[in-house]
Design a protein around this ligand. Structure first.
Ligand code: KIV
Ligand code: ZN
Length: 514
């Protein structure tokens, strides 16, 4: 880690990103995202906050044991109990990192910690020394650094580096910074800390004023060599700096920034899609880099320009980020071999049993639509191949609705190879379908959010329903896919119920240590 121009990408989608209001990922989903982040090539994956819940502990441990190629970090407060537990989760990793944090701003010291500056300094140093007994790679974050007194902060930074911190992160925790000021702040700390060359200085900016990416880049220009960010910019409140925007700013404006990153650009789009699907947080159409309008040209003048020479109105190529322009594809006569080859081209190297499931799903879609697009295939992999085991599966759905009828649904679900049937009425066909499901499962969910997306274009496009369901006080993301949007809705609801059942069932079998 010695090249001064190298910038390290630290992804916190699974930790700060998962702190986005309403987002909750299960262990399998976290692992799937971590594997994709490793394929993208981020340097450090912050896998979670192990002490925050048994579920987070298990997920971090699993990611640490399975995901190779990136450093795996776990967050913990600056105390021995947290550090012990975090190390317990991380110790199986190829390259583990303990990331410990403590606030340094006067506001946090006075109102949150009720501690003096000296007490915080001692606690920070002790935490780093203690973490160092386990792991050579230790990061210290001075929470709310941007609102801290620079002289005091510089002292803390110097002492934690002396204690062995290899990375020191200076977050703009509340997104208060503006680029010029934040850049100067980083430079000031760099200048005041005599041993600063012994560690990597990092930035971690929140987007409360919409300046997280600009502030992070200002930090990089002023000496920060690690940038913490999240896919699609998700995170606490308004979110974190967006990973894809940082990457593409450094790439597209390389001549200006003169920084090196090591990333597989072709995985950017797929990573964004995966995170938005699994978190249920859709990406706004005009979002830079990965929004659906980011590479579309509407005005005639622009279209004409692009047809003559792309660089007239395009500063990046969509292909670079893995956004395939040809969305062409397979049809109902395509065989398993062509299907397999095509999936591999899309980046999905599936094991035989996964391929079986995906191919079966492909044939079902191909029976309903003429052409199966790449978008359909990606949706299929998420729906079928990466799905958690299904306790309840939909085998039959009949709904009647209209202006003059009471919406009614009849549902059949398969449970342990037996079929159960129920009928219900509701405010609409989706409500009726979900109520019939409740009668069979005896699990009662409350739909908090419902989103319907078309996968690709055309009247025969697959409908994707993303729902957020409150079951017993916890929120589960549901996802359902079908050319019939009522069926997609009921499937999405059942998917959330299956996740609830899976989690509940698994927790009764395990003590959270495996
Ligand atoms: O925003 C923040 O300060 C954080 C730290 C825990 C790194 O997320
Ligand atoms: Zn944060």
């Amino acid at each position: 880690m010695d090249d001064k121009n190298r910038v390290y990408l630290f992804d916190t989608t699974l930790r700060d990103g998962e702190q986005s209001p309403g987002v909750s990922l299960n262990e399998e989903e976290k692992l799937e995202i971590a594997l994709q982040l490793a394929r993208l090539g981020v340097d450090i994956i912050e896998a979670g906050f192990p002490v925050s819940s048994p579920g987070d502990f298990k997920a971090v441990k699993r990611i640490a044991n399975v995901v190779k190629g990136s450093v795996i970090a776990g967050l913990c407060r600056a105390n021995r109990i947290d550090i012990d537990r975090t190390w317990e989760a991380l110790k199986g990793a190829e390259s583990p990192r303990i990331h410990t944090f403590l606030a340094t701003s006067p506001i946090h010291l006075k109102y949150k910690l009720h501690k003096s500056r000296d007490e915080v300094l001692v606690q920070a140093v002790e935490a780093v020394k203690y973490a160092k007994r386990y792991c050579s790679d230790v990061e210290f974050s001075a929470e709310d650094a941007s609102r801290s007194d620079p002289d005091y902060l510089a002292l803390v930074v110097e002492k934690v580096i002396e204690a062995g911190a290899t990375t020191v992160n200076l977050p703009d925790t509340v997104g208060y910074g503006v680029p010029e000021e934040f850049g100067t702040f980083i430079k000031t700390i760099m200048n005041k800390v005599s041993n600063v060359d012994k560690a990597v200085i990092s930035v971690h900016c929140h987007d409360d004023l919409g300046m997280a990416v600009a502030n992070s880049l200002a930090g990089i220009l002023n000496g920060a060599r690690q940038v913490e960010c999240a896919v699609n910019g998700i995170g606490e409140r308004a979110g974190n700096a967006s990973l894809e925007e940082i990457i593409m700013a450094l790439y597209t404006r390389q001549a200006f920034y003169n920084k090196e990153i090591n990333i597989n650009y072709g995985e950017i789009y797929r990573t964004s899609r995966l995170v938005s699907t699994l978190t249920g947080m859709s990406v706004q159409p005009n979002k830079a880099i990965i929004g659906k309008n980011a590479f579309l040209h509407e005005s005639g003048i622009h279209q004409d320009g692009v047809l003559k020479e792309r660089s007239t109105y395009e500063i990046m190529s969509p292909e670079l980020i893995g956004l395939s322009q040809s969305n062409l594809v397979l049809g109902k006569h395509s065989g398993r071999h062509a299907f397999k080859d095509h999936m591999e081209e899309l980046g999905y190297v599936l094991a035989e049993d996964e391929l079986d499931k995906a191919f079966l799903g492909f044939k079902e879609i191909a029976d309903k639509k003429k052409q199966v697009t790449n978008d359909d295939l990606e949706a299929l992999v998420k729906d079928r191949v990466w799905a958690i085991p299904e306790r309840f599966s939909l085998t039959y759905l009949h709904v009647s609705s209209g202006t003059a009828v009471i919406p009614t649904a009849t549902v059949k679900l398969e449970i342990d190879n037996m079929t159960f049937e129920a009928a219900a009425t509701g405010d609409g066909p989706v409500d009726a379908g979900c109520k019939a499901v409740d009668k069979i499962t005896d699990i009662y969910g409350n739909m908090l959010e419902y989103k319907l997306n078309a996968i690709g274009a055309g009247k025969d496009a697959l409908g994707e329903v993303l729902s957020r369901i409150n079951i017993g006080g916890s929120v589960y993301n549901g996802r359902g896919l079908s050319t019939d949007i009522i069926e997609a809705s009921v499937k999405s609801y059942i998917n959330a119920i299956n996740k609830y059942y899976y989690e509940k069932h698994r927790d009764t079998k395990s003590n959270g240590e495996h």
